[in-house]
Design a protein. Sequence first.
Length: 188
Amino acid sequence: MKDKQSSSPELQQGAVLLTSLLILLILSLLAVSSMQNSSMQERMVSAQREGYMAMEGAELALREAEQAIEVLASPSGFDTLDGFYEKGSAPRGSGVFTAGIWAGGNSIAVTVPTVNGEPLFPEAPRYLVEFVGDAQLEVGNESANVNMTNYTHETGATVAKAFRIVARGTGATGDGQRILEEYYRREF
């Protein structure tokens, strides 16, 4: 026999409806949390990509600066060239973060490579070079220079000069930047 009380509509309390609404609420909260997590991860990956591109641009500028130093005939008259500074006159410390340093003749823009006709960087990487002075190799506390008789700068000896290179690159959106500093030695 059937029990008439369990099937009567007046006695049903909506337990199934309440349970399904609670499960739906929990699933909705999990979905929203998952979307926020995915969105955060996407922003982090974008920022990391921006940083890598900025680093690549700064490294490109460093290589260009090294090539520019290699073609110099001599370090005399160094400060007459755009982006080249005599010892002590180039920006240092927090001064390299000043926007004006990376514009005009204060620094040198690098030619930006293209892919399918589109430039890799929205803003060209830039560099500046400071002449530091004579360079010497040091081994421990002793100098690595070797004195040779009858061998002077007229007979083929060279003088090594040191340069400080500061390079700046920006990422794909132009928001992120990386600034690298390198010391370079060349013999004249």
